[in-house]
Ligand binder design. Structure first.
Ligand code: GLN
Length: 486
């Protein structure tokens, strides 16, 4: 077995026993990137020198007995997280040469744990998209089929995990951007409860929806990463002062007696690929066979979710992205002679078309005269969506659902039709609107050999329940062990 193929917990074992060094492991991952990333395109920046220096520091720490669960583990970071001294672009031309003077809170935590940061991964520009086709630099290909998208917006992180170009990764999820690429690339991904992980240093897309979370080769690795990144942070005003548990402890319990809800509306949704339906159905059967009690629940506002999200997220984005004006940081069109022309030209040239579309949509929805009809109304329906989940979780502990209506689609298939692209987010958006945690685990493959994910949703701060369901499911199946032929 090649070292780059190891899971995080397998690598931990070998590092602790001193059978391998972090330098060997990091070298192996860097060689793998060298060998396959030309075809996949998962990375925007590979920080080989600093990664090897961090690996050496980790090896010294291990020799001195100062081991944390992440010491010496090579990780990939979505390029939406600020890394001090290391280019952070958000896959946007407007931040092409931006070198942050500070680390995001989660990066500070990873560095304190002696993890190795291999590089920054590709994404849809400012995390707006479901396919990585909206990156301002290059597309990322799905490692299972190069003619297909890896999902988005954390498509680079998901592809890097799936193609063994890192041991595990971080992504961000505003409306599905961890769960959907995890599903399309056949890896595990967890979006935590809103407020569980500090957003300090996460470049903002839609602040009331954004969360950072892990993408990993298996569920146990997600739990290890959650232990490293979860917890209160005074620098994020929406961080919740609730003690983070030991997430790996959640993996010990079985599923006897756990109550699983199936939202009627999700299973009646039209246009869901029959192979997705079949894989999710057999996932539910497996979970039932492990002792779970299955019941019907209702999420009556499911039909409104796409409309509500695509008003709230662009509204917040239009406000958050006002800061890229060519004055403070990032790209500036220096050829213009007046301030207004400089603003206009900088933003027209610096932002890609999807980002511009969202800024226009959001500005319109927030404008005087339309605010009540669009943003205001969407916020009211959002409250009803939250209440639907609250009610559902009175009778069940977790909800099972598809992640995406189809396996990974073809590159170019939906780029001309933003609405069709938006509709593919139908099953993931509600978790962000409600602020609840969600997870994706591999539950099958299509006839064409494309991975399919099973989504598990839980009530606020119930990540442990998700991990428990996901882990038991994983132990009973072998989908997570399969690898793309690269
Ligand atoms: N696909 C959704 C969007 O384009 C969600 C993106 C995300 O979670 N960052 O807004």
């Amino acid at each position: 077995m090649n070292l780059y193929e190891l899971t995080l917990h397998e690598a931990r074992d070998l590092l602790d026993k001193k059978e391998i060094s972090s330098r060997e492991l990091t070298r192996s991952v860097l060689d793998r990137i060298e060998a396959v990333d030309g075809q996949v395109g998962a990375y925007l920046t590979v920080a080989a020198d600093s990664a090897l220096a961090q690996a050496d520091a980790a090896d010294r720490a291990i020799a001195e007995g100062g081991i944390s669960p992440l010491t010496g583990i090579p990780l990939a970071i979505k390029d939406v997280l600020c890394t001090r001294g290391l280019r952070t672009t958000c896959a946007s031309r407007i931040l092409e040469n931006f070198i942050p003077p500070y680390d995001a809170a989660v990066i500070t935590k990873l560095k304190a744990a002696d993890a190795v940061l291999v590089g920054k991964t590709n994404m849809d520009e400012f995390a707006m998209g479901s396919s990585n086709e909206h990156s301002g630099f290059h597309i990322t290909r799905n490692p299972w089929d190069f003619s297909r998208i890896p999902g988005g917006s954390s498509g680079g992180s998901a592809a890097a995990v799936s193609a063994d170009m890192c041991i595990a990764a971080l992504g961000s999820d505003t409306g599905g951007s961890i769960r959907q690429p995890a599903s399309h690339c056949g890896v595990a991904g967890l979006k935590p409860t809103y407020g569980r992980v500090s957003r300090y240093g996460l470049v903002a897309f839609a602040s009331s929806l954004d969360q950072i979370g892990p993408l990993a080769k298996d569920v146990a690795d997600c739990a290890v990463l959650m232990n490293a990144i979860a917890g209160y942070d005074a620098k994020d005003s929406t961080s919740v002062p609730v003690e983070a548990p030991d997430y790996t402890a959640a993996l010990r319990d079985g599923l006897k007696g756990i109550r699983i809800g199936l939202p009627r509306e999700y299973f009646e949704t039209e246009g869901v690929d029959p192979e997705v339906k079949a894989a999710v159905r057999s996932g539910i059967d497996t979970i039932q066979s492990l002792g779970a009690e299955i019941m019907d629940v209702s999420l009556p506002r499911s039909e409104q979710v796409v409309a509500v999200y695509y008003l709230i997220a662009p509204s917040e984005a239009s406000s958050n992205l006002a800061r890229y004006d060519g004055v403070k940081y990032g790209y500036r069109d220096k050829e213009q002679t007046t301030l207004m022309e400089m603003y206009r030209s900088t933003r027209s040239r610096g932002f890609g078309s999807e980002v511009q579309r969202r800024i226009i949509l959001g500005t319109y929805a927030l404008s005087a005269g339309y605010y009540d009809a669009y943003y205001g109304k969407a916020s009211q329906v959002r409250t009803l969506i939250m209440q639907d989940f609250k009610k559902a979780f009175e009778s069940c502990d977790a909800i099972l659902a598809p992640v995406a209506p189809s396996p990974a689609f073809k590159i170019g298939e939906k780029t001309d039709d933003p609405l069709t692209m938006y509709l593919s987010d139908i099953f993931t958006l509600s978790a962000n609107l409600a602020g609840i945690p969600g997870m994706s685990v591999p539950c099958g493959f299509s006839r064409e050999g494309l991975p399919i994910g099973l989504q598990i949703l839980g009530s606020h701060f119930q990540e442990e329940t998700l991990l428990r369901v996901a882990y038991n499911f994983e132990q009973a199946t072998d989908f997570h062990t399969r690898k793309p032929a690269l």
